[in-house]
Design a protein around this ligand. Structure first.
Ligand SMILES: [Ca+2]
Ligand SMILES: [Ca+2]
Ligand SMILES: [Ca+2]
Ligand SMILES: [Ca+2]
Length: 310
């Protein structure tokens, strides 16, 4: 039951991801060995699969290094491409990734509704000069995506806009650990990005594509992303006056599973969240005093309360 819900939500996000990133997918196609864009394999138990993948990620971290020497003297506006190699031969004295990563744990709901903590391992090369986006925001990012087999499945040297509500879970979670940089406009209208956050994250497949293989990514493949966060925009997808980050009612960082009025439109896409015929924008803070309205004082704000005052 929970797994099915997770799967549906996952697939919905995945197809949105495809829709919003058409060019990105074209790139994936061009790298793929065959034309099958999507090959689902049977669902495995999330806890069991996580344990297996975490072991292989840890082993990978212990036996591989990245070009950390190149990142030691970062200029404010230059981008260094992440390169990963095995610790052996001429490189046997390199510091393993394992000694350099930090860990963050992301909650994933398992088959019985239990929460299974999924570790992501990451390195921040530069924090960034500005503030952090949320998991709901649109991020302007350059990035490189790799598998543990060191296959590059996507590479964006110049930044593109991605909607964090549509990308894989681990990607959006990691962008919130980075800060945006500075943007200055030159006389000729071009702009210069500098001091943006730079980092790399390694995640298990439940935070990526899980059982859906795509292009050169096989099913149950952990993913590596290097991300440069140039800047971001705060989002309000349905223009209802409630920021998308605040439409995640159950606060699980998934936006498709909050549908207060059960009309099939998740709150972040629904301009009338409680389905009472009054637009959210007209009942969120009707008297404009900066306080969210709750007319009957039951703790449920008017815009989510369809029996408000009746
Ligand atoms: Ca949610
Ligand atoms: Ca709805
Ligand atoms: Ca809404
Ligand atoms: Ca309403």
């Amino acid at each position: 039951m929970y797994l099915a819900a997770y799967f549906i939500s996952f697939m919905r996000n995945f197809f949105k991801y495809i829709f919003y990133n058409f060019f990105l997918i074209l790139l994936i196609y061009s790298c793929s060995k065959d034309d099958s864009s999507l090959e689902d394999v049977p669902l495995k138990d999330i806890a069991t699969q996580y344990a297996l993948e975490n072991d292989s990620i840890v082993e990978f971290l212990q036996t591989h290094f990245y070009n950390y020497e190149n990142f030691q003297n970062l200029s404010s506006d230059n981008t260094i491409e992440l390169l990963i190699d095995t610790i052996s031969g001429d490189n046997s004295d390199k510091i393993p990734l394992f000694n350099q990563v930090s860990t963050i744990s992301i909650d994933i709901e398992g088959d019985d509704g239990e929460i299974i903590k999924h570790n992501m391992y990451y390195i921040i090369n530069r924090e960034g000069s500005g503030d952090n986006p949320t998991v709901a925001d649109s991020v302007f990012v350059a990035y490189k995506g790799l598998t543990l087999g060191n296959t590059t499945f996507d590479f964006r040297k110049t930044p593109v806009w991605l909607d964090n509500t549509s990308v894989v879970r681990g990607f959006k979670e990691f962008t919130t650990l980075l800060k945006r940089g500075d943007i200055s406009t030159n006389n000729d209208g071009t702009y210069l990005l500098s001091n943006y956050g730079i980092g790399t994250v390694i995640m298990p497949s439940a935070l990526g594509y899980y059982n859906s293989g795509t292009g050169s990514i096989s099913a149950y493949s952990p993913l590596i992303f290097q991300i440069n966060l140039s800047t971001y925009n705060t989002t309000d997808h349905d223009y209802d006056g409630v920021k998308t980050i605040n439409e995640d009612v159950n606060n699980n960082h998934i936006f498709t599973d909050d549908d207060t009025d059960g009309d099939g439109l998740p709150n972040y896409r629904d301009p009338d969240d409680d389905g009472d015929g009054i637009l959210t924008i007209d009942e969120y803070d009707a008297n404009n005093d900066g306080i969210i309205d709750d007319t009957d004082g039951d703790g449920i704000p008017d815009y989510l309360d369809n029996d408000e005052g009746k």
